[in-house]
Design a protein around this ligand. Sequence first.
Ligand SMILES: [Zn+2]
Length: 183
Amino acid sequence: MTEKLDQILAFNREFVASGEYKKYLSTKFPYKKLAILSCMDTRLTALLPAALNLKNGDVKIIKNAGGMISHPYGSVMRSLMVAIYELGVEEILVIGHYDCGMQGKDSGGIIAKMLQRGIEPQTLEIIRACGIDLDAWLSGFGDVETSVRQSVELIKGHPLMPRDIEVRGLIIHPESGELTVVV
Ligand SMILES: [Zn+2]
């Protein structure tokens, strides 16, 4: 077992035994009937809920690199469908952020690192030959406002999205937590 996991498990035993968990008790149905799609950026882990006054149990939060929807029938959209149809979500916020690691990223840099780490060029060729657009899949976005707008449009225009769902787009500052409404 790794040292990191050992530390986590030691803390966890104490967390459970002390009853610390009791202040987080809530339900799987989000009290605020809200879902948020945002970025996995570490600066936002505690800042985003704090800056929006969100407590455990309030919202469904879906996160990935860049807060992007890479496919209309991928896991982000599926999570939103479950959140709406099964868990009572009525409003969706797409929250991008300034200084995002996915901004201005093309696939070249990450593919070069894959090759350095021992992935065979042939593997990339096979994946491409299978019809997978690796470059599109690994690319980020040019401009965060445009990215947020596009995600909002994609969600609103999705054929399985109920028409009464409110979808808004915002940008959060990764240090101050200040929100700017985009759409
Ligand atoms: Zn980011």
